[in-house]
Write a protein that binds this ligand. Structure first.
Ligand SMILES: [Zn+2]
Length: 464
């Protein structure tokens, strides 16, 4: 079924609901037609399922994806992502998948709604009290007014009118005068038909006053006052932030940027904690379903929690503040390190930081980058130092070079003009001399001192 056909079903449905609500009548034929509508929607759902299978793992194969992912769904537009970065393409693919899934979820919900409407209208109770095709009229017979529902923590613009009864004409005039009409923009209010002077209001004036008083009393949270309504709005904003953060995590998963993923996971866990903390302080029920994002399941939630815990442990071993500020400092410093040294990653920063904390300052710890270097006398103070070391320690030319070739890391010193290569079998140090790299000193495994052993131990601890 095409989007156009779906739109048509939707239009029919809205027209039908309109009739029931506004004109207060619906024919038996219309009610009887509902199962067919629900059936048609179920077919759409089945079709939409195939569209939701396009996997985010396809990211990067932009042009070939469209044909493979959803062969049965011919109404999907073809996108051309050529010339965009991998991350942008991955983000766009995630967005595409979300739209497909949202579309499917939407259709499922419409189908459910149609089924629900049918069940209600055709229930035996309605049938026994109805006369032929006019049962809906009966249901609302004699109604000549409206009552606006009421709830705690109402928005200020609807608070003065909630729980009150109006005649048809007054209600229409009132609704037309409102900037936000009743029942729009998730306002939480609804109007239901009543018989003026017969139907007693759901809430007494005292109860409505209590809603207002409680709303105004609100809560104090972290030194700030919130009315009940403002608290619900803040809760909505936190939910929105959680959704945004979840979407970021899904994109990070497809791009494979570990540090970005971890940073977003920690942000997400913090938002989640803040959501629980604030809701509890405000006496508001948490509604996790409001923060749902399709594709983000328990697996992603658990991974984020585990990552957050691991980073808390690590950050507490490196910094001396409270856990939250330690984590913030760690993420800040680590990300700054990696953006300054893009070839490095968390392992280099973690080992660098731990070495620094135990007093070993050998320079900036980085992935080893091979250089063409020479074994030659150099410098004024001790020109033959390298040759003497090789002789004393019984190290060959080949060994000097192999220590660099097999290095696990290097320490960049003097702004990079001097570099120490650390490996399991030995250490070689080179320096720039008139534009050439020259070996300055060297030592082998058998001569490692306590400090060198400690450095290698820390490297192992972080997988280097
Ligand atoms: Zn409202």
């Amino acid at each position: 079924m095409t989007d156009k056909q779906i739109a048509h079903v939707e239009e029919q449905l809205i027209k039908f609901i309109d009739q029931v609500i506004e004109k207060r009548n619906a024919t038996t034929a219309e009610v009887e037609a509902l199962p067919a509508v629900a059936h048609a929607l179920a077919d759409i759902t089945a079709e939409s399922n195939c569209a939701a299978q396009g996997s985010p793992a396809d990211a990067g194969l932009a042009t070939s994806v469209q044909s493979d992912a959803a062969p049965a769904c011919s109404d999907l537009p073809a996108f051309d992502y050529s010339g965009l970065t991998d991350r942008t393409v991955a983000t766009l693919h995630s967005a595409e998948n979300m739209i497909r899934t949202a579309h499917r979820d939407y259709v499922i919900k419409v189908a459910d709604a149609v089924g629900m409407a049918h069940d209600e209208l055709s229930s035996s109770e309605n049938r026994t009290t109805s006369h032929s095709n006019q049962y809906t009229e009966d249901t609302f017979m004699g109604c000549d007014g409206w009552e606006i529902s009421a709830h705690a923590n109402s928005a200020p613009d609807h608070e003065p009118i909630q729980g009150k009864q109006y005649s048809d004409a007054d209600y229409i005039a009132l609704n037309n005068s409102l900037v936000r009409r009743i029942g729009t923009l998730n306002c939480g209010h609804a109007a239901f038909p009543i018989m003026l002077g017969v139907s007693s209001p759901q809430y007494t004036p005292e109860e409505l006053q209590k809603f207002r008083d409680d709303n105004a009393a609100g809560i104090d949270y972290q030194g700030k006052h919130y009315t009940g309504y403002e608290a619900t709005q803040l809760q909505r904003r936190i939910e929105e932030s959680m959704r945004r953060q979840k979407r970021r995590i899904l994109v990070d998963e497809t791009t494979g940027d570990k540090e970005k993923l971890q940073t977003d996971q920690i942000r997400y866990v913090r938002l989640k904690d803040e959501y629980a903390r604030f809701s509890k302080a405000a006496g508001l029920r948490t509604q996790v379903e409001r923060a749902e994002v399709s594709g983000f399941g328990p697996k992603q939630g658990r991974a984020a929690a585990a990552e957050n815990k691991a980073v808390e442990k690590l950050a507490n071993s490196m910094y001396s503040g409270d856990t939250e500020s330690n984590v913030s400092e760690y993420i800040h410093d680590r990300n700054a390190y990696i953006s300054k040294y893009p070839t490095s990653d968390s392992r280099y920063f973690n080992a660098y930081k731990e070495l620094k904390n135990i007093g070993i300052k050998k320079g900036v710890l980085l992935p080893a980058v091979q250089k063409q270097a020479f074994i030659l006398p150099s410098g004024k103070r001790d020109p033959n130092h390298i040759l003497k070391r090789m002789l004393e320690r019984n190290i060959t030319d080949d060994e000097v070079r192999s220590y660099m070739e097999n290095a696990r890391v290097m320490f960049a010193q003097w702004g990079g003009a001097r570099q120490a290569f650390y490996g399991t079998d030995g250490v070689s140090v080179i320096a720039k001399d008139d534009g050439n790299w020259l070996y300055k000193t060297v030592w082998k495994k058998e001569d490692f001192d306590e400090e060198t052993d400690l450095i290698l131990e820390v490297l192992s601890k972080y997988g280097l």
